[in-house]
Design a protein around this ligand. Sequence first.
Ligand SMILES: Nc1nc2c(ncn2[C@@H]2O[C@H](COP(=O)(O)OP(=O)(O)OP(=O)(O)O)[C@@H](O)[C@H]2O)c(=O)[nH]1
Ligand SMILES: [Mg+2]
Length: 194
Amino acid sequence: MRVVQASFVKSALRPEHYPRDGRPELAFVGRSNVGKSTMLNVLLNRKGLAKTSKTPGKTQTVNFFDVNGTVYFVDLPGYGYARVSKTLQEQWARILTSYLVGRAPLRLVVHLVDARHKPGANDQELLDVIERAEKPTIIVATKVDKLSAAERAHVADELRENLGLCDDALIIPFSSVTKVGLRELWNVIDEQLR
Ligand SMILES: Nc1nc2c(ncn2[C@@H]2O[C@H](COP(=O)(O)OP(=O)(O)OP(=O)(O)O)[C@@H](O)[C@H]2O)c(=O)[nH]1
Ligand SMILES: [Mg+2]
């Protein structure tokens, strides 16, 4: 897809406030601070369209972005950020789960995992939710610009093992800084939206 137009549509906390026109959606999920909002901006080539921050917990609602008037990119709150209240963490988890499991127009889940860290229990829980949602999913290992070339070479295999995924599960090493993996990610997106 060539992005000719991209704009913020709305923030929502409840399903009744999500768009109702049934356009296909692409969702970005993963731990707080893993780089979801940044990735969305890089894919759309629009700096600052989705709000990003050095501090985890920036995205707190379900944010819909219109792309070319045909697709929504959906930026979601992260999980696993210990410094927000338990109530808020539970609220974000509920929003995320109900979005993933209940959202009919959802066509692809982009699950971001930080390439530098072993995936945690939260990542595993999210995988279980995604499995329950039965939606096509791609795992993207983010921030690979912070790895050495040798580490980068093994990142996909290691993640596959740590997450207990099958050998042919596709994992894309990605960096919003160097743009490595960008084309491969777009190929997967285009394939799912076709
Ligand atoms: N080095 C490096 N930094 C990145 C990359 N992607 C994102 N970042 C930085 O990581 C921080 C968090 O990025 P965000 O995009 O706000 O992360 P998020 O997953 O949306 O976080 P929440 O909204 O809090 O859940 C920012 O300081 C980004 O500049 C990357 O590929 N490489
Ligand atoms: Mg964010």
